[in-house]
Design a protein around this ligand. Structure first.
Ligand SMILES: Cc1ncc(COP(=O)(O)O)c(C=O)c1O
Length: 420
């Protein structure tokens, strides 16, 4: 006899809440007037409000006015105009891989879905018995976006850390990183953040990327790029794609790229993204694309249309393309301004003692996030007493700072830094 419904789930343990979403809930529940949310990785304008990009507003209006737009299913691999334009955006309009028909592009549920589809594809088709020392492993930076671990675990690929962040310099541990690349068995899979590393804001320089690519080439490692912030690092969409384009241009490195339009188009909830798998030949590409479609069919059947249609207009309509580039610059520019403001308050106004002896890392770090380098105890003080919400590792979203709250935030960083 079947177990009674009341008992079927009795052994399911309750999972802890997601740290980031919990932080947002705590912020919302807080009644304090000066509260600040520096937890969530979403852009805010200088009034602390979500920003619908002017280019996106125009694209939306055009879609709504277009009576030929219906609500039919997209194809399994998504909107072809979207995936083609997205591939050009990340790989470059002059990409040889695209011209040679070696890029399999599939529309995904934003960047998370791209990671998941890529992980599932690797899980099914990467021969872990012959590469990477016979272990089903992916090497991920320590630290990384928390969901990476969860996604790869879900796909039966074991995430293992490689050194990345140096707490002493609050910068890149280049020796540790390249040491791990060299000592990993040939054919290992490494996840790389294309730009604006989350959570540290610490990126390799171009010269360092060249050295990293040299090792990938000689060790035949597979590069699994995650690109969630193209345009956010420098304000320039091409410059932020440098690492990916450099690896793909080398031809001998196997590359997968996960792409998200959540941040750079402010389309968080629309779930617009893509996975691009670069193969050596058009024949391989055809087979890879067909298998990605098989996985996609079983997982989501076909992706959502609206966000992809908006992005397609941004990428293909000349006036929207120009406006979008301006919008991206504006977001990146405001973030850079906030970095400067926080840095000068801490160094000039408050003369705050810095964790590693200097606050230079605030200016050097790139993109939406900054790692302050404070201890969990100091962070707790800022959260509990200052009502300024941030993750325990002292990662702050620069987009949560505004000209009206930055001094308040700096004053609490100062108090915490002077406490034990
Ligand atoms: C490194 C990284 N990858 C992927 C994502 C996925 O975001 P989304 O699924 O919203 O595109 C994020 C979002 O924060 C991220 O930081």
């Amino acid at each position: 006899m079947a177990a009674p419904a009341t008992e079927v789930w009795s052994s399911v343990p309750e999972a802890p809440p997601d740290a980031i979403f919990q932080l947002t809930a705590a912020y919302k529940a807080d009644q304090y007037e000066k509260k600040v949310n520096l937890g969530v990785g979403a852009y805010r304008d200088n009034n602390g409000n979500p920003w619908v990009l002017p280019s996106v507003k125009k694209a939306q209006a055009a879609l709504i006015a277009d009576e030929s737009v219906d609500h039919e299913y997209l194809s399994i691999t998504g909107l072809a105009e979207f995936t083609a334009a997205s591939a050009k955006l990340i790989l470059g309009a002059d990409s040889a891989a695209i011209a040679e028909k070696r890029v399999a592009s599939v529309q995904t549920i934003s960047g998370t879905g791209a990671n998941h589809l890529g992980a599932t594809f690797l899980s099914k088709f990467y021969d872990f018995s012959k590469h990477g020392g016979g272990k089903r492993e992916i090497h991920i930076s320590n630290p990384t976006w928390a969901n990476h671990k969860a996604i790869f675990n879900m796909c039966q690929i074991n995430p293992v850390d490689y050194p990345y962040y140096d707490a002493k310099t609050v910068g890149l541990d280049f020796e540790g990183f390249t040491g791990a690349l060299k000592s990993a068995p040939d054919g290992s899979v490494f996840l790389l953040h294309a730009c604006a590393h989350n959570p540290t804001g610490v990126d390799p320089t171009r010269d360092q990327w060249h050295q990293i690519a040299d090792i990938f080439e000689s060790k035949k490692h597979l590069a699994f790029f995650d690109c969630a912030y193209q345009g956010f690092a420098s304000g320039d969409l091409d410059a932020d794609a440098y690492s990916v384009r450099h690896f793909v241009a080398r031809k001998s490195i196997s590359v997968l790229v996960c792409q998200s339009f959540a941040k750079n188009a402010g389309l968080y909830g629309e779930r617009a993204g893509a996975l691009h798998v670069i193969s050596a030949t058009p024949e391989q590409n055809k087979a890879v694309f067909s298998q990605l479609a098989v996985i996609q069919r079983a997982e989501i059947s076909n992706p959502p249309a609206f966000g992809a249609r908006v992005v397609t207009l941004l990428l293909t309509d000349p006036s929207l393309w120009a406006q979008w580039q301006k919008d991206v610059k504006e977001m990146a520019g405001r973030i850079i301004e906030m970095r400067k403001a926080l840095f000068s308050l801490l160094t000039e106004k408050f003369k705050t003692p810095a964790p590693g002896g200097s606050w230079d890392h605030i200016m050097k770090q790139i993109g939406m996030f900054s790692f302050l380098g404070l201890s969990p105890k100091q962070v707790k003080m800022i959260v509990d007493e200052g009502h300024i919400y941030m993750t325990a590792n002292s990662r702050i979203s620069m987009a949560g700072l505004t000209t009206s709250n930055v001094e308040y935030v700096a004053s609490w960083i100062d108090k915490a830094a002077r406490s034990a």
